[in-house]
Write a protein of this length. Structure first.
Length: 209
């Protein structure tokens, strides 16, 4: 398997993602009102959302396939006297968490980096580790990656042939397709943010519904 491009990116640029997503303040407030405790950040990178939630007193877990990003996140947390359960691994393997453990799962600009079948398996795993009534917040790109050339490997899934994410699959969702993907959730919001990311917020349905 090719070297993870994000290891190279984080090595070259360091902790360059520092500002949280524009919707995270809203999500944090909502979780506080629900007395949520456990938050999972999938694709936690160099730690911007881990640090945010840890500062607010949530118990935070992070999973990322970049060992360099995870190391940067660990250093950032330590510099502020914060802690989180950080793991390096692929989110396309079974998630290393027990059933119905988390009150919330967030995934900012990560779930689209795969073929659709793998994304569906990942969403099933996200659903498994969320408690009934748990919150999911995900973002995916609304616009095509900035590479100059692509191979389409299946309908809606493209691989950039150049640029920093060369060789990394990108699936592009419509709003309707994203809603369908999270069919086990009561989706209460889908919108495009200020940087042209499609954002979805939903609540996991209970098994009896």
């Amino acid at each position: 398997m090719a070297e993870n491009p994000w290891n190279e990116i984080f090595t070259e640029r360091g902790r360059f993602f520092t500002e949280v997503h524009e919707d995270i303040a809203r999500i944090s407030t909502r979780l506080s009102r629900l007395n949520a405790v456990q938050v999972l950040d999938l694709g936690s990178g160099s730690g911007r959302h881990l640090v945010h939630f840890a500062r607010l007193g949530f118990s935070v877990c992070g999973l990322d396939d970049s060992s360099v990003g995870t190391r940067l996140a660990r250093h950032w947390l330590a510099s502020e006297g914060l802690t989180a359960d950080l793991r390096t691994g692929s989110m396309h393997d079974p998630l290393p968490y027990t059933d119905e453990f988390f009150d919330a799962v967030i995934a900012i600009q990560v779930i689209h980096h795969a073929r659709l079948a793998a994304i569906r398996r990942l969403v099933a795993e996200m659903t498994r580790v969320l408690k009934p009534g748990g919150l999911v917040f995900v973002t995916v790109p609304a616009l095509r990656n900035q590479a100059s050339a692509f191979d389409e490997i299946e309908p809606g899934t493209f691989i950039p042939l150049d640029g920093p994410e060369k060789g990394l699959p990108h699936h592009y969702f419509s709003a309707g397709e994203l809603r369908e993907l999270f069919g086990g959730f009561d989706v209460d919001d889908v919108h495009v943010d200020d940087v042209q990311h499609l954002c979805l917020t939903g609540v996991k349905r209970s098994a009896t519904r």
